[in-house]
Design a protein around this ligand. Structure first.
Ligand SMILES: [Zn+2]
Length: 111
């Protein structure tokens, strides 16, 4: 799981409010995103659409569950979006002279 994958998913979810809402309200805390089978046919359909839209085929079960929990935390405001963007920036940043204060990726190469 990477912050880049999360950013891609968040962008997809902005265009798919039904699935976004589903993730926000998801509360099967014992089975989680990995093991939950929705009994309600409508919710099951949304769950399947979520899998098709967000799974890029790179995830183990744990990676998938962790990614969706992180997305849920961002959508619920538990992990502030601005803070997420800092992590995303640090993952993406290749600028050795980056002036983002939180971006320490190349801090030991700065003069
Ligand atoms: Zn940077």
């Amino acid at each position: 799981m990477s912050f880049t994958q999360i950013k891609t998913c968040l962008d997809i979810l902005e265009k798919n409010p039904t699935i976004k809402n589903y993730i926000v309200q998801f509360n099967f805390n014992s089975s989680g995103f990995m093991y939950t089978v929705e009994r309600d046919p409508y919710k099951n359909q949304i769950n399947q659409q979520m899998n098709e839209l967000l799974d890029d085929g790179s995830h183990s079960g744990a990676s998938w569950g962790m990614m969706l929990r992180t997305i849920q935390a961002i959508l619920n405001g538990v992990l502030p979006y601005e803070e997420f963007l800092d992590y995303y920036h640090i993952e993406q940043c290749e600028n050795k002279q980056c002036d983002n204060e939180k971006c320490k990726k190349y801090s030991n190469t700065k003069i």
